[in-house]
Design a protein around this ligand. Structure first.
Ligand SMILES: CC(C)(COP(=O)(O)OP(=O)(O)OC[C@H]1O[C@@H](n2cnc3c(N)ncnc32)[C@H](O)[C@@H]1OP(=O)(O)O)[C@@H](O)C(=O)NCCC(=O)NCCS
Length: 178
Protein backbone atom coordinates (compact mmCIF):
# COMPACT_ATOMS: atom_id res chain seq x y z
CA UNK A 1 0.00 0.00 0.00
CA UNK A 2 1.38 3.42 -0.91
CA UNK A 3 1.79 6.21 1.61
CA UNK A 4 -1.22 8.04 0.17
CA UNK A 5 -3.51 5.01 0.35
CA UNK A 6 -2.38 4.34 3.89
CA UNK A 7 -3.25 7.86 5.02
CA UNK A 8 -6.64 7.62 3.34
CA UNK A 9 -7.40 4.37 5.18
CA UNK A 10 -6.32 5.55 8.62
CA UNK A 11 -7.65 9.10 8.59
CA UNK A 12 -10.17 9.68 5.87
CA UNK A 13 -12.39 6.56 6.11
CA UNK A 14 -12.49 6.77 9.88
CA UNK A 15 -13.48 10.43 10.14
CA UNK A 16 -16.01 10.32 7.34
CA UNK A 17 -17.78 7.19 8.55
CA UNK A 18 -20.79 9.21 9.67
CA UNK A 19 -21.32 11.01 6.35
CA UNK A 20 -21.56 9.83 2.76
CA UNK A 21 -18.35 8.75 1.08
CA UNK A 22 -16.26 11.41 -0.59
CA UNK A 23 -15.72 11.01 -4.31
CA UNK A 24 -12.68 12.76 -5.79
CA UNK A 25 -12.91 13.41 -9.54
CA UNK A 26 -11.75 15.80 -12.27
CA UNK A 27 -13.21 19.30 -12.15
CA UNK A 28 -15.72 20.19 -14.86
CA UNK A 29 -17.15 23.54 -15.99
CA UNK A 30 -20.49 22.81 -14.26
CA UNK A 31 -18.71 22.72 -10.86
CA UNK A 32 -17.69 26.37 -11.09
CA UNK A 33 -20.68 27.92 -9.26
CA UNK A 34 -20.12 25.71 -6.20
CA UNK A 35 -16.35 26.21 -6.38
CA UNK A 36 -16.74 30.00 -6.44
CA UNK A 37 -18.96 29.86 -3.31
CA UNK A 38 -16.29 27.88 -1.44
CA UNK A 39 -13.57 30.20 -2.77
CA UNK A 40 -15.47 33.30 -1.55
CA UNK A 41 -15.96 31.96 1.97
CA UNK A 42 -12.39 30.65 2.20
CA UNK A 43 -10.16 33.52 1.15
CA UNK A 44 -9.91 37.23 1.85
CA UNK A 45 -8.77 37.78 -1.74
CA UNK A 46 -10.71 35.12 -3.68
CA UNK A 47 -10.03 34.09 -7.26
CA UNK A 48 -12.67 35.10 -9.82
CA UNK A 49 -14.16 32.75 -12.39
CA UNK A 50 -11.70 34.16 -14.95
CA UNK A 51 -8.73 33.27 -12.73
CA UNK A 52 -9.86 29.63 -12.62
CA UNK A 53 -10.50 29.57 -16.36
CA UNK A 54 -7.13 31.13 -17.22
CA UNK A 55 -5.38 28.64 -15.00
CA UNK A 56 -7.24 25.58 -16.28
CA UNK A 57 -6.53 26.54 -19.91
CA UNK A 58 -2.85 25.82 -19.33
CA UNK A 59 -1.85 22.42 -20.61
CA UNK A 60 -0.20 21.36 -17.34
CA UNK A 61 -2.92 22.57 -14.97
CA UNK A 62 -5.26 20.03 -13.36
CA UNK A 63 -8.42 20.66 -11.34
CA UNK A 64 -10.05 18.12 -9.02
CA UNK A 65 -13.09 18.32 -6.76
CA UNK A 66 -14.28 16.37 -3.73
CA UNK A 67 -17.95 15.54 -3.92
CA UNK A 68 -20.41 14.23 -1.35
CA UNK A 69 -23.88 13.15 -2.50
CA UNK A 70 -23.45 15.02 -5.77
CA UNK A 71 -22.39 18.32 -4.16
CA UNK A 72 -18.91 19.84 -4.39
CA UNK A 73 -17.34 20.21 -0.92
CA UNK A 74 -13.72 20.89 -1.88
CA UNK A 75 -11.38 21.54 -4.79
CA UNK A 76 -7.74 21.67 -5.69
CA UNK A 77 -5.86 23.13 -8.66
CA UNK A 78 -2.31 22.10 -9.35
CA UNK A 79 0.33 22.34 -12.05
CA UNK A 80 2.35 19.37 -13.20
CA UNK A 81 6.04 20.10 -13.76
CA UNK A 82 8.78 17.71 -14.76
CA UNK A 83 9.90 16.91 -11.20
CA UNK A 84 7.25 18.52 -9.01
CA UNK A 85 3.57 19.25 -8.50
CA UNK A 86 2.71 22.85 -7.60
CA UNK A 87 -0.57 23.39 -5.72
CA UNK A 88 -2.12 26.69 -6.83
CA UNK A 89 -5.46 26.69 -5.04
CA UNK A 90 -7.05 24.39 -2.49
CA UNK A 91 -10.07 24.73 -0.20
CA UNK A 92 -12.77 22.75 1.59
CA UNK A 93 -16.26 24.16 2.27
CA UNK A 94 -16.53 25.62 5.79
CA UNK A 95 -19.40 23.25 6.60
CA UNK A 96 -17.22 20.25 5.79
CA UNK A 97 -13.88 21.11 7.41
CA UNK A 98 -12.12 18.88 9.95
CA UNK A 99 -13.74 15.78 8.45
CA UNK A 100 -10.67 14.56 6.63
CA UNK A 101 -11.73 15.82 3.18
CA UNK A 102 -8.62 17.97 2.68
CA UNK A 103 -6.52 15.03 3.82
CA UNK A 104 -8.28 12.72 1.37
CA UNK A 105 -7.63 15.08 -1.56
CA UNK A 106 -4.01 15.66 -0.68
CA UNK A 107 -3.22 12.00 0.05
CA UNK A 108 -4.62 11.09 -3.35
CA UNK A 109 -2.18 13.56 -4.90
CA UNK A 110 0.67 12.27 -2.72
CA UNK A 111 -0.07 8.71 -3.86
CA UNK A 112 0.68 9.80 -7.46
CA UNK A 113 4.22 10.93 -6.63
CA UNK A 114 7.11 8.77 -7.70
CA UNK A 115 10.72 8.88 -6.55
CA UNK A 116 11.79 8.44 -10.20
CA UNK A 117 9.81 11.29 -11.70
CA UNK A 118 7.67 13.82 -9.84
CA UNK A 119 8.89 13.40 -6.30
CA UNK A 120 7.61 16.50 -4.52
CA UNK A 121 4.68 18.80 -3.98
CA UNK A 122 5.24 22.51 -3.37
CA UNK A 123 2.91 25.32 -2.40
CA UNK A 124 2.93 28.81 -0.95
CA UNK A 125 0.91 29.55 2.17
CA UNK A 126 0.28 32.95 3.73
CA UNK A 127 2.21 33.57 6.94
CA UNK A 128 -1.08 34.40 8.71
CA UNK A 129 -2.85 31.23 7.53
CA UNK A 130 -2.03 29.11 10.57
CA UNK A 131 -4.81 26.50 10.06
CA UNK A 132 -3.47 25.69 6.59
CA UNK A 133 0.10 25.53 7.90
CA UNK A 134 -0.97 23.08 10.64
CA UNK A 135 -2.94 21.08 8.07
CA UNK A 136 -0.01 20.74 5.64
CA UNK A 137 2.41 19.94 8.45
CA UNK A 138 0.06 17.19 9.67
CA UNK A 139 0.57 15.54 6.27
CA UNK A 140 4.36 15.75 6.30
CA UNK A 141 4.93 19.09 4.56
CA UNK A 142 7.80 21.25 5.78
CA UNK A 143 8.23 25.00 5.44
CA UNK A 144 11.54 25.45 3.63
CA UNK A 145 11.76 29.18 2.95
CA UNK A 146 10.12 32.55 3.40
CA UNK A 147 9.04 34.38 0.25
CA UNK A 148 9.15 38.07 1.12
CA UNK A 149 6.33 40.26 -0.22
CA UNK A 150 5.03 37.34 -2.27
CA UNK A 151 1.45 38.60 -2.68
CA UNK A 152 0.23 41.48 -4.82
CA UNK A 153 -2.82 42.10 -2.59
CA UNK A 154 -1.03 42.51 0.78
CA UNK A 155 2.45 43.03 2.16
CA UNK A 156 2.26 39.59 3.73
CA UNK A 157 5.06 37.06 3.28
CA UNK A 158 4.50 33.47 2.21
CA UNK A 159 6.04 30.23 3.44
CA UNK A 160 7.14 27.85 0.75
CA UNK A 161 6.13 24.36 1.87
CA UNK A 162 7.41 21.08 0.45
CA UNK A 163 6.39 17.45 0.62
CA UNK A 164 9.09 15.03 -0.49
CA UNK A 165 8.06 11.51 -1.54
CA UNK A 166 11.62 10.26 -1.16
CA UNK A 167 11.91 11.04 2.54
CA UNK A 168 8.63 9.30 3.33
CA UNK A 169 9.27 6.20 1.25
CA UNK A 170 12.56 5.74 3.06
CA UNK A 171 10.64 5.42 6.32
CA UNK A 172 8.54 2.47 5.16
CA UNK A 173 11.20 -0.28 5.35
CA UNK A 174 12.25 0.95 8.81
CA UNK A 175 8.66 0.61 10.07
CA UNK A 176 8.28 -2.86 8.56
CA UNK A 177 11.57 -4.05 10.02
CA UNK A 178 10.58 -2.83 13.49
C1 LIG B 1 -6.70 23.94 4.94
C2 LIG B 1 -7.99 23.15 4.60
C3 LIG B 1 -7.98 22.82 3.11
C4 LIG B 1 -8.00 21.84 5.40
O1 LIG B 1 -9.08 21.03 4.96
P1 LIG B 1 -9.88 20.06 5.97
O2 LIG B 1 -10.70 19.13 5.15
O3 LIG B 1 -10.59 20.85 6.99
O4 LIG B 1 -8.66 19.28 6.66
P2 LIG B 1 -8.70 17.86 7.42
O5 LIG B 1 -10.04 17.66 8.05
O6 LIG B 1 -8.23 16.81 6.49
O7 LIG B 1 -7.60 18.15 8.57
C5 LIG B 1 -6.50 17.27 8.80
C6 LIG B 1 -5.70 17.79 9.96
O8 LIG B 1 -5.14 19.09 9.65
C7 LIG B 1 -5.12 19.90 10.84
N1 LIG B 1 -6.07 21.01 10.69
C8 LIG B 1 -6.97 21.22 9.72
N2 LIG B 1 -7.64 22.38 9.92
C9 LIG B 1 -7.16 22.91 11.06
C10 LIG B 1 -7.46 24.07 11.82
N3 LIG B 1 -8.41 24.95 11.44
N4 LIG B 1 -6.78 24.31 12.96
C11 LIG B 1 -5.82 23.43 13.37
N5 LIG B 1 -5.50 22.30 12.71
C12 LIG B 1 -6.14 22.04 11.57
C13 LIG B 1 -5.57 19.00 11.98
O9 LIG B 1 -4.42 18.32 12.47
C14 LIG B 1 -6.48 18.02 11.23
O10 LIG B 1 -6.67 16.79 11.92
P3 LIG B 1 -7.82 16.69 13.07
O11 LIG B 1 -9.07 17.28 12.51
O12 LIG B 1 -7.90 15.21 13.31
O13 LIG B 1 -7.27 17.47 14.24
C15 LIG B 1 -9.26 23.95 5.00
O14 LIG B 1 -9.14 24.39 6.34
C16 LIG B 1 -9.54 25.16 4.13
O15 LIG B 1 -10.20 25.05 3.10
N6 LIG B 1 -9.05 26.37 4.54
C17 LIG B 1 -9.31 27.61 3.82
C18 LIG B 1 -8.57 27.66 2.50
C19 LIG B 1 -7.07 27.50 2.69
O16 LIG B 1 -6.47 28.06 3.60
N7 LIG B 1 -6.46 26.74 1.76
C20 LIG B 1 -5.03 26.48 1.75
C21 LIG B 1 -4.35 27.56 1.01
S1 LIG B 1 -2.59 27.33 0.99
Amino acid sequence: MSLGENLVKTTYDHQLSSVDQVHIRWMIRRDMAEILCIEEESFEFPWADTDFTRCLRQRNCIGVVAEISGGVVGYMLYELHRTKVHILNFAVARTHRRLGIGTAMLTKLISKLSTQRRNRIVLEVRETNLPAQVFFRSLGFLATSVLRDFYQDTTEDAYLMHFLAEANEEQTPRRLAG
